[in-house]
Ligand binder design. Structure first.
Ligand code: GRF
Length: 200
C-alpha cells in the first residue's frame, strides 16, 4: 500500500476557503491523500464550484429531499461508500452530521472550529457569533481548533489547536479574518499530522 492515497470527503455549506487551502496543501506538500467527494447541503456554493472545477465528484444532499432522517442518513452513507471515503473533513458545514454517519466513521471525521475549544463552542456558536463572544469576554487570544467529531457539538478530542492574538480595536469581522487565515494553516497541518504523524 506504499502509494495508497487516503480518500477524503469534504462537507461544506459555503465558500469553502478551508477546503481550497487543504486541496492546495495536499498538492504542495505531496500528502498521501485525495478528495474523492465534495458533499454539500447547498446545490450551489463556492465549495461545490471549486470541486467541480477540479474534477472532484460533488453530491448535493439535503435533509429536505427525504421523508425521514433515517433515509437521509442512509443516502449520505451510500454516497460515502460509493466514493470509498475513508475520512470526512467538515469545512464550514452548517448541518449536524447524522448520528449513523458519526458512528460509521468513528474518529474518522474532523471539524475546524474558529476558537480555542473547549472555549466558545457548542450549539449556536458558529460564524460571527463566536468572534463576538470572544470580544465580549475580553479574551486576549483566540484561535482555531481541529477536532474529531462525535455526537455532541464541538466536544470531540482535539487534534490540533493554534492561537491567534486578539488586538486592540478588533471587530468581530477583523477577528474572524485573522482566525480564518490561521484556519487555512492549521487544517492542512492537522491533516498532515493525521496522515504522516508530522507536527508542524
Ligand atoms: C470557518 O470559519 C470555519 O471555522 C467554520 O466555518 C467557516 C468556513 O469558512 N466552521 P470556509 O467555507 O472554509 O471559507
Amino acid at each position: 500500500m506504499a502509494n495508497h492515497k487516503t480518500k477524503l470527503a469534504v462537507f461544506c455549506s459555503g465558500t469553502g476557503t478551508n477546503f481550497q487551502a487543504i486541496y492546495h496543501a495536499i498538492n504542495e506538500r505531496d500528502l498521501p491523500a485525495e478528495f474523492s467527494l465534495c458533499l454539500s447541503n447547498r446545490s450551489e456554493c463556492g465549495a461545490m464550484t471549486f470541486a467541480a472545477a477540479k474534477g472532484i465528484p460533488t453530491v448535493h444532499l439535503s435533509e429536505k429531499q427525504y421523508d425521514t432522517h433515517e433515509e437521509f442518513a442512509s443516502a449520505m452513507l451510500k454516497a460515502l461508500g460509493e466514493h470509498d471515503v475513508e475520512y470526512i473533513l467538515l469545512a464550514g458545514y452548517l448541518r449536524k452530521v447524522p448520528e449513523a454517519v458519526v458512528e460509521a466513521y468513528n474518529l474518522k471525521i474532523l471539524n475546524i472550529h474558529p476558537a480555542l475549544l473547549p472555549k466558545f463552542g457548542g450549539k449556536g456558536m458558529y460564524g460571527i457569533s463566536v468572534h463576538q463572544a470572544v470580544l465580549e469576554a475580553g479574551e486576549k487570544e483566540t484561535g482555531a481548533t481541529v477536532h474529531y467529531v462525535d455526537t455532541e457539538y464541538d466536544k470531540g478530542p482535539i487534534l490540533l489547536q493554534r492561537a491567534v492574538p486578539v488586538k486592540k480595536g478588533d471587530t468581530p469581522e477583523s477577528l474572524a479574518a485573522r482566525v480564518l487565515e490561521c484556519e487555512h494553516q492549521v487544517y492542512p497541518d492537522a491533516l498532515e499530522k493525521l496522515l504522516t504523524g508530522t507536527n508542524r
